[in-house]
Each structure stands twice: as C-alpha cells, then as structure tokens.
Design a protein around this ligand. Structure first.
Ligand SMILES: Cc1ncc(COP(=O)(O)O)c(C=O)c1O
Length: 382
C-alpha cells in the first residue's frame, strides 16, 4: 500500500477550472476565453534569437542564479523603466513567476507564519503558501471599491504572525490597478510591521486610461520581493521564464532552496528573454495596445446586456463580469454559456469565495473571435 498523501492534497478542494476545461476539451468549436495564455505567437526576432542560440550550442545548464546576460537585462530594464538600482545579488532567473512566488514563500515562511492574500486571487497563491507551511489570511476586496482592498481591512488582518502580503497589480482576475495611495499604505505598513510585500508584477505594462503602474519596490525596496514574468509581457508563456528580485539575503535563500528544485531556469528561454528585455519597446507597447483594444471592445459590448456588468477597464488582460442579474450562480452560468453557445470562461469562485456571482473573461483571442464571443453572449436568454 502506498503511504497516504500529504494532508494538503488528501482532500483537495473542488477544482472548478479543471472540471470545466475537461468538458470543453470534449467539445468542438469552443471559443476559449478561459486561461491567460495570449493567442499571439512570440515575436519573430525573439524566436530568431532563441534559434540562433540553440544552433550555437546553448543547450546546457546556466549558472543557478541565471545567465549573466539575462540578469544584466533584468537589471537594465529596472533601471531604465523604473529608476531602480538592482545588482546581480538582487535578481535570479526563475521558471516563470509561479516558480518565483513559490521560492519567495519558501524563503520567508516559518511554520504557521501568515501571508495576507486579497480575494479574489490568482488561485495558486493560497496553495503555495500552504505548501510552504504558512497560513493564508484572506482579505476580501469588493466591487464597490474597484476590487481594491481597504486600509481598514488590511490593518485588521495584520497580526504578529504576518510574514508577507501578496500584492498583484494589475490584477488577475479582477483587472484592478491599485492606486498610488493604496500602494503607499501597503509600503508604510510593511516597514512599520517589518513584513514583506510580494509584488506579482506579471501584467505591469497592461494599464489603461488614467491608470498607472507603480512598482512597490520603489516605495519599500527593503521589504519588497518582485515576482516577474516574461509570459504575458512578451507573449512567451511556453518559454517558462521569469525572475525573482529583492533584498540579497532573500535572493540567496531562494537560490539555496532552488538548488534542490529546478537548479536553474531554461538556458534557451533566458537567451530569448535577454533579447526580449533588451528590445522591450519593439514588442510590449503593441501588445499593450492590442489588449487594451480588446478589453474595451468586449467590456463595452457586453455591458449593453441588461444581466451583466463590468467595471470600467483598468488593467491586466481580464474582465471580471458580474452575472448575478442573470439569476444564475457563476458555475451554473459558465456551464450554460459553454453548453448553449460554446464559450468557455472561468467561474469567479475559482478565485475564492469573493468571486461568486462573477465570471472571468480572458481577452486572449483575436478581435474576430472576440466578436463571435460577444454575438454568442447576445444569444443567451434568462
Ligand atoms: C497573477 C499571475 N501571476 C503569475 C502567473 C504565472 O506566470 P508564469 O507563466 O510566469 O508562471 C500568472 C499566470 O497566469 C498570473 O496571472
């Protein structure tokens, strides 16, 4: 008999995303607006950089903290875009941002330490905190506050066990972009109580209208661990490349932890990433514009439906639509949308209880496909 599973996995909570995904996989002609994987193929010059490097024999492990050119490219990017002076000791290559958050949690959490997570949240955070022996403390964000946490709610959640607050702006799934005042509150609290801010910045360029991206690491440099990714910024999800940046002692600890996990990040992806970061303005502004057009188009079109409501577009590549006026709950609605008109979205509760009554729509398909999705929504009756 095999030994039993870890408690964390012996009674897994319902995985709504995977259930709906399985149903969709059995259907044909589904318009998939579920996962955050942009439809665009990575830009040709980035692919060429990767191919050339492979042909030249770049098929080995890189240094465990990262290829020196990749680390330099990250450092130069932070200096040029945000005026931040990281050194090689402050950054390490990771296998995407998911790996970076795991290493960040693993480097700071002692048993029963608490990590505050704002709900609705990108679902892996909670699992990662728990897998690292910590306790996730959930703070609910409400639509009436633009899905930003209030100072009162954050302060009430802080205890002497608080080790970190996870901050994801622009936000998945809600699309919120946290305002400067809130970020300052978070920075001040981190300094006052001496905990970390884990800043998940994977959608940093995708901010629209009057919204601006403010890097938390500028406001609280000694208390912020940045988890970055090239997945969305350059449409490079399959390359699995990202980074962790922050105080040198944490980056060191993350290195020790990662020696026994992946050791290094993929060499070829670091070469591709180096090219991408060194030529960022050739690629990212176009992606930003495209996602902005898509978000605005879908939000405007769907907001005409009497049973659906989307807040004004702020950022990310997602719309979080309130469908409670349809009379259905989010899971029933998502199944109905899939069965009746073949559109796949994620029910809001996949991002925690505060997501009930919402669906997340990823604008990760081209305009023609999004137009077909809008027509499909328009056919629904309640
Ligand atoms: C908020 C957020 N963080 C992290 C990730 C993971 O990114 P990566 O592909 O770099 O692991 C995602 C992917 O959807 C995300 O939405």
């Amino acid at each position: 008999m095999p030994r039993s599973l870890a408690n964390l996995f012996s009674k897994p909570s319902e995985n709504i995303m995977s259930e709906i995904g399985k149903t969709a996989a059995l259907m044909t002609n589904v318009i998939d607006l579920s996962i955050g994987d942009p439809d665009m193929v990575t830009a040709t010059p980035i692919l060429t950089a990767a191919k050339d490097s492979l042909t030249a024999g770049n098929t080995h492990y890189s240094a465990s903290d990262g290829d020196v050119e990749y680390l330099k490219a990250i450092i130069a990017f932070y200096q040029e875009k945000f005026g931040l002076s990281y050194t090689k000791e402050n950054v390490r290559a990771t296998v995407g941002a998911g790996h970076a958050t795991f290493l960040a949690f693993g480097s700071i959490i002692n048993p029963n330490d608490e990590v505050i997570i704002f709900e609705p949240y990108f679902s892996p955070y909670k699992t990662q905190v728990e897998a690292n022996g910590g306790k996730a403390i959930i703070v609910t964000c409400e639509a009436k506050n633009g899905f930003q946490p209030t100072k009162e709610a954050i302060t009430a959640a802080i205890s002497d066990k608080t080790k970190a607050i996870l901050v994801n702006t622009p936000n998945n799934p809600t699309g919120a972009v946290y305002d400067q005042e809130l970020l300052q509150v978070l920075a001040d609290l981190a300094k006052e109580h001496d905990f970390y801010l884990i800043a998940d910045e994977v959608y940093w360029p995708f901010v629209y209208g009057d919204h601006e991206f403010t890097p938390l690491e500028k406001l609280a440099p000694n208390h912020t661990l940045v988890t970055g990714s090239l997945s969305k910024v350059f449409a490079m999800t399959g390359f699995r490349i990202g980074y962790l940046a922050g105080p040198a002692d944490i980056i060191d600890a993350a290195g020790l932890l990662n020696e026994g996990i992946t050791f290094s990040a993929p060499s070829i992806s670091q070469t591709a990433g180096t090219y991408a970061l060194n030529h960022i303005d050739d690629f990212t502004p176009a992606l930003k514009e495209e996602f902005g057009n898509r978000l605005n188009y879908v939000a405007t079109a769907l907001n005409k439906l009497p049973w659906l409501n989307i807040l004004p577009v702020a950022g990310s590549i997602y719309l979080f639509a309130d469908i409670s006026a349809s009379g259905m709950d989010d899971v029933t609605f998502s199944n109905y949308l899939l069965d009746k008109v073949g559109v796949l979205v994620i029910p809001g509760r996949a991002f925690g209880d505060a997501g009930r009554g919402y669906i997340r729509i990823a604008v990760t398909q081209d305009m023609a496909t999004l137009a077909a999705a809008v027509r499909a929504f328009e056919k629904l009756t309640f």
